[in-house]
Write a protein that binds this ligand. Sequence first.
Ligand code: GLP
Length: 261
Amino acid sequence: MEVVPLGSAEEVGALAADVIEALVRATPTAVLGLATGSSPLPTYRELVRRHRAGTGPSYEQVRCFTLDEYVGLPPGHPQSYRETIFAEVTDDLGIARERVSSPDPAPEGLPEAGARYEAALVEAGGVDVQVLGIGSDGHLAFNEPGSSLASLTRLKTLTDTTRRDNARFFDSLDDVPRHVLTQGLATIGRARHLLLVASGEGKAEAVAAAVEGPVSASCPASVLQLHPRVSVLLDPGAASRLARADYYREVFAGKPEWQGL
Ligand code: GLP
């Protein structure tokens, strides 16, 4: 795991955008794993800014998979994660909507929806770079504390903490769905490079538990410690509870240029 404490959320976004652009330049048919939530927004904005400025790669042949989806919202609801990802990043990068896959929450297909999503991921050859945020309780995607570290895409019930955290996107707390479809922790772990971005002190405790605490289902993001290629990009607030922050800075500052993230 490489932990990179940076100077601001914008620096986090710029470095994450560098990683994604380098991948798409090298592999125009790359498979991107996209997360929703506020954490990846500086990354998406930076990608879109560079794309509009004409300095970014072409994303026409890229395929995208989202991490998770609410169950119970009407199709096309603006807060569905599928619509959110179109609005925040893929439409603006010129990625056709049919090249963006997401778990299908249609009620009639729910029992098989997880298995179908797993099959689609395998058929696409797996995810090259997976962008991840982290919940304030250490959740990854919608894998709440207690989720099996070996879990695959399935139906989950949100905790009250997560519903409250996400209520800002809805008119009221009651409007936040209770159920979701989410990639499992093992599903996420199959992506070849995991890029976790976090900002703000509200994430500091979860980040410290994930990076420096024990590997445990009680902190789902701690499963990242088992993955061979993880980059954790943090603003000062998110890095503020790390015991080894100075060491991570020293490592990053001294990296040979050829090594990349
Ligand atoms: C949601 C998403 C997660 C995200 C988390 C944190 O629960 N399912 O993928 O990481 O929120 O969100 P934010 O980045 O807005 O803090």
